[in-house]
Design a protein around this ligand. Structure first.
Ligand SMILES: [Mn+2]
Length: 323
């Protein structure tokens, strides 16, 4: 989306928001800090504007983010309809999971997203692929709506940006990321505390299981491709949850010589969730897309079947990619 396109779509979104009385804000399944932070910042702002807001997340809110203001308002389903629905950080309608029904009951739908390789499903598309996190786009939207950015809203927006930039370390950061963060921090947010809570903090179980996954890592293509895996048995043995190991892919990618990293995590339904990371210059989202997933240039994911053959097929594609 061009910057003019973005401005126009923000204007259209503002118009729809001003007209609406009730609004659904919805996150993606297996929510991360970007989708949760963006949803809360947007929802709290809409409440400030006098709207009735329904916060929807199929999988509720991870314990890690329960400290965020407004988190107690999040529901996993809703029977009521709203005038408009807004999704945040969802690259496809499928990403909404079971809240899809409620979402599409609204006549007007707005998709606020930053995925490079997503599907268009909203009537109004507010897409900025250059944004490091959806929090950056929500910030633009709130400015256009003339919302007063309270410390609570600033906290949620910063959480979104901290999580999607790996606490300001990933290649998706742009100068504007810092411009926005600088303005948000000045609203009176304790940044150090926020990074600790939303990014660094992990349970012992999570640390041990991540270490286990790192220890069993395998290397292909002369060390340019690294991968590891975790089964349901591993999660049970370490008493850890799948979301406890979200950082493993980034850690694997940071090993010397590694250009592409893949983490295979077995879900409860036995399908395999694959997290992919690549160093700059290598587009990993294209491959994720071939396997029915999506994401960003350097961070993407997909789901594959549970057989050795399924895994092999993806690994072969990845090793061809790193040559
Ligand atoms: Mn995101």
């Amino acid at each position: 989306m061009t910057s003019i396109g973005l401005k126009n779509s923000i204007r259209d979104a503002c118009r729809a928001v001003r007209k609406a009385r009730s609004i659904i804000v919805a996150s993606h399944v297996n929510p991360d800090g970007d989708t949760i932070g963006s949803m809360l910042a947007l929802g709290l702002s809409l409440i400030q504007l006098g709207k009735k807001v329904i916060f929807l997340s199929q999988d509720g809110i991870p314990t890690r983010y329960q400290f965020l203001p407004g988190s107690e308002l999040i529901r996993s389903s809703a029977s009521d309809t709203a005038d408009i629905s807004i999704s945040v950080d969802c690259g496809s309608a499928k990403q909404l999971g079971s809240v899809q029904q409620a979402f599409f009951r609204s006549k007007t739908t707005i998709q606020v997203d930053h995925h490079d390789f997503g599907d268009a499903f909203g009537k109004i598309m507010v897409i900025d692929e250059e944004a490091s996190a959806v929090g950056e786009i929500v910030y633009d939207l709130l400015r256009a709506l003339k919302v007063e950015i309270t410390p609570a809203i600033a906290t949620c927006l910063l959480t979104s940006i901290i999580v999607d930039t790996g606490a300001f370390r990933f290649s998706n950061i742009r100068p504007r990321t810092f411009d926005i963060c600088s303005r948000l921090i000045r609203k009176g947010v304790d940044l150090q505390h926020l990074i600790e809570e939303s990014y660094w903090l992990k349970s012992r179980a999570a640390a041990r299981l991540s270490g286990y996954a790192m220890q069993r890592a395998q290397f292909m293509a002369e060390g340019r491709l690294a991968y590891t895996w975790l089964t349901q048995r591993d999660f049970l043995r370490f008493k850890a949850k799948m979301s406890d190991t979200d950082g493993v892919a980034d850690e694997l990618r940071s090993i010397e010589g590694v250009k592409v990293a893949a983490v295979f995590r077995q879900a409860e339904d036995r399908s395999i969730r694959v997290s992919l990371r690549s160093s700059s210059g290598i587009n990993i989202a294209n491959i994720a897309r071939v396997f029915g997933g999506g994401g960003h240039h350097n961070s993407a994911g997909c789901r594959i079947g549970g057989t050795e053959k399924d895994r092999r097929r993806l690994l072969d594609e990845l090793s061809a990619l790193v040559g």
